[in-house]
Ligand binder design. Structure first.
Ligand SMILES: NC(=O)c1ccc[n+]([C@@H]2O[C@H](COP(=O)([O-])OP(=O)(O)OC[C@H]3O[C@@H](n4cnc5c(N)ncnc54)[C@H](OP(=O)(O)O)[C@@H]3O)[C@@H](O)[C@H]2O)c1
Length: 343
């Protein structure tokens, strides 16, 4: 089988590895990848050798975690999937693999396009930006940073009942934001931003700002535009690969006096009515696979189409080209799919 391995900064190679699928353990699932999707922000950071993310593996390491494949075989005790099912997993960019049934996996509902479904987990993370911040229908939401996660948050906003404004650093990305349903969009360095946002929110202000960009100026924009007592959901890895801070991010005027909440978009979302996971344990109702199932349902209903933002399709052997484009921060590149069908 083929797998993409990163040996160091900007040293990505497609390698052959052996895979013995002749004897599956009872809880094993053998999967053949159809396509995988590029997760620009995180994957680019790893590729460049930006600040190490705690818990992430060192070099040489696998890359990617948005995989859509077909189940080729299952172990004797597997119950969640059958041979022939299409599943979305968080497995790396590779042509074929054996995974445990207990690992993250979601079945793709019939009729959902693989090029939509492969974004299920990325969009589930975009949805966590709302859930973790206890979003209420009708709130005014700004999304700062219009990459894959930002566009996911923008596309989900109207479905969740938000009025959404996109703040980008490029007109190309503002066009994309409009295409997926933003009610408005501005450049984050627009000199009239305050007045335009005031107009957009009819003076009520931005209740929730979703920050999806790493650079500190994007953070400054987020905490400046959120209304007093508002919330800022931070899904970006703030400061990763950026220059050191030259200001106080929690200065009184930005944080204490303004009374805002800064929310890390990771881990479990708070939820009033947790699911009973059996044996007396309560579990997160919107744990990642459950959130991905919800996203896939929205796709099945025809309300969410991440594939409309696919700008590039590459054969897996051309993967380095995609990473180099991300390294150059090419704004015309957004949705990138790697095709593994003939691997
Ligand atoms: N919390 C988590 O679990 C988690 C998981 C996955 C990803 N992430 C992080 O989430 C972030 C978003 O991911 P992504 O794939 O969507 O990344 P992305 O494609 O890099 O999106 C961020 C976008 O924001 C833009 N930007 C930078 N500064 C800006 C500013 N001042 N105003 C407006 N836009 C600005 C960036 O432009 P430039 O390219 O010009 O900088 C880029 O287009 C990344 O930091 C990633 O590491 C977090």
């Amino acid at each position: 089988m083929k797998i993409a391995i990163l040996h160091g900064p900007r040293d990505l190679r497609i390698e052959d590895q052996s895979l013995d699928a002749s004897q599956l353990a009872p809880d094993d699932i053998h999967v053949k990848t159809i396509i995988s999707a590029f997760k620009i922000g995180t994957d680019r950071g790893n590729y460049e050798g930006a600040e190490h993310v705690p818990g992430a593996p060192g070099y040489p390491r696998w890359v990617g975690d948005s995989n859509l494949g077909e189940v080729l075989a299952v172990g004797s005790a597997v119950q969640r999937v059958q041979v022939g099912d299409r599943i979305v997993t968080r497995q790396p960019h590779q042509s074929e693999y054996i995974m445990k049934e207990s690992a993250s996996l979601v079945k793709v509902p019939p009729g959902v396009d693989p090029e939509d479904a492969v974004y299920a987990h990325l969009y589930a993370l975009s949805s966590l930006c709302y859930r973790k911040a206890f979003f209420q229908p009708g709130e005014n939401v700004a999304v700062v940073g219009v990459g894959v996660l930002g566009l996911g948050a923008i596309a989900l906003g109207p479905l969740f009942g938000a009025r959404v404004v996109a703040l980008a650093n490029s007109p190309v990305r503002l066009e994309m934001a409009e295409k997926v349903g933003a009610h408005a969009g501005f450049l984050s360095n627009d000199p009239d931003l305050g007045a335009k946002l005031d107009d957009f929110t009819r003076g009520a202000g931005l209740d929730l700002v979703i920050l999806t960009a790493n650079p500190w100026p994007a953070y400054q924009t987020a905490v400046d535009i959120v209304r007093p007592n508002g919330r800022v959901s931070i899904v970006s890895l703030l400061g990763r690969g950026e220059n050191d801070l030259d200001f106080n991010p929690l200065s009184m005027d930005r944080f204490y006096t303004k009374g805002i909440s800064l929310i890390a978009v990771s881990g479990a979302a708070g939820y009033l009515y947790p699911e009973n996971g059996g044996s007396g344990k309560t579990v997160d109702r919107f744990a990642p696979d459950r959130a991905a199932e919800h996203v896939l349902d929205l796709m099945a209903d025809g309300n969410l189409k991440p594939s409309s933002l696919i700008t590039h399709r590459f054969h897996y052997s051309q993967m380095v080209e995609a990473y180099e484009m991300a390294f150059r921060r090419e704004k015309s590149m957004l949705g990138v799919i790697f095709d593994w069908r003939d691997a």
